[in-house]
Design a protein around this ligand. Structure first.
Ligand code: 13P
Ligand code: SF4
Length: 337
């Protein structure tokens, strides 16, 4: 092992990411593109990433699209510009590939809201229930899950389950409540939530709508019910993006993480997109986990091939089936994220 690599690894274990100095004059886009070719690496980025990361990615998508790509890529290295549970999912789907995450501390409040040891106890109370988990959960939670879903396919996943089969839905109580309403299925719902989607301010949104009477209000189903109740359209990040492309309005107030506005604006340059305001001093809503990734960390992780996502064999063996089942139902329904 080279001294430079050892140095990089020790920084990484202390900080969760490589905080080595990056030459500020370096053309990071060119350097990242060069590493992609040299190492046969693919960069998969979620819509909530910084715009410059989205622009250097090979594929940008929602959780379903990213899983579909991770399962089908022939690259040797998957560089995941997203959060930890997404990179874990990629590793489960492509266990023989190297999966890198620019910052290991890029977690998820929703995944953290459902610790597997507590969920195991909860599940024991409902032995005849089938577990549907939103993909925003840890790899270990997936080992306790029968079938995963994302916000793009959640309705179809619930509808694929026989009507007399009771269901536990984890970990997002807001998506769970939305699904109950949409499908008419009663479910036992875990009490978790996403810190980003839980803090939209109904008062500020109402005022914003008064100032922009022609704007449509569109929202992600991770938002609370009182926010969804006033939405003109509810959908996953891909759903929201597609809606703004096909819909005839020219102004939208968007209630989800503000990173998605980059692709909306690129796809419809003549339209106006306004981030829905949260209940704090900020004008838009950034996910602090998603935003831990930077261009510098992306380059460092590709250069040193660290931090790498590793999972124990039993986690891959017991967790993967829940993702495979989700991908099968999505393929049958013709859903692409
Ligand atoms: P989707 O992109 O699948 O809609 O998920 C949103 C999200 O919160 C990801 O963390
Ligand atoms: Fe998790 Fe919410 Fe951030 Fe998505 S936006 S990664 S659900 S904390």
């Amino acid at each position: 092992m080279s001294a430079l690599y050892e140095n990089a690894a020790s920084h990484l274990f202390q900080n969760g990411f490589l905080d080595l100095e990056v030459d500020p004059t370096m053309d990071l886009v060119a350097a990242i593109n060069k590493l992609k070719k040299e190492k046969n690496a693919v960069i998969l980025a979620h819509y909530y990433q910084e715009s410059e990361i989205q622009d250097v990615a090979d594929y940008i998508g929602d959780s379903l699209g990213l899983s579909q790509k991770a399962a089908s890529t022939d690259a040797d290295i998957i560089v995941f510009a997203g959060v930890h549970f997404m990179a874990e999912t990629a590793k489960m789907l492509s266990p023989h590939k190297k999966v890198l995450l620019p910052d290991l501390k890029a977690g998820c409040s929703l995944a953290d809201s459902c610790p597997p040891h507590l969920f195991r106890k909860f599940k024991e109370k409902y032995p005849d229930h089938l577990v549907v988990s939103y993909i925003n959960c840890t790899a270990e939670l997936k080992t306790l899950t029968d079938i995963c879903c994302t916000s793009t396919n959640a309705v179809q996943i619930i509808e694929s389950i026989p009507k007399d089969q009771p269901i536990i839905f984890a970990p997002d109580k807001n998506l769970g409540a939305y699904l109950q309403k949409k499908t008419g299925r009663e479910m036992v719902i875990w009490n978790g939530a996403c810190m980003v989607h839980e803090i939209f301010s109904i008062e500020k949104i109402t005022k914003l709508r008064q100032r922009h009477p022609n704007a449509k209000f569109i929202a992600h189903p991770e938002c609370e019910a009182h926010i969804l109740d006033i939405a003109d359209y509810i959908g996953s990040t891909t759903g929201l993006l597609k809606y703004t492309i096909s819909d005839s309005a020219t102004e939208y107030i968007v209630a989800t993480e503000a990173g998605i506005l980059h692709q909306m604006q690129k796809s419809s340059p003549h339209k106006t997109f306004i981030p829905a305001p949260p209940n704090n001093h900020c004008a838009c809503n950034d996910c602090p986990h998603m935003k831990r990734n930077t261009m510098e960390k992306l380059w460092l992780c590709m250069e040193y091939e660290l931090p790498e996502i590793t999972l124990e064999d039993w986690v891959i063996e017991q967790g993967r089936a829940s993702i495979d089942r989700m991908l099968e139902v999505s393929a049958k329904a013709g859903l692409i994220g």
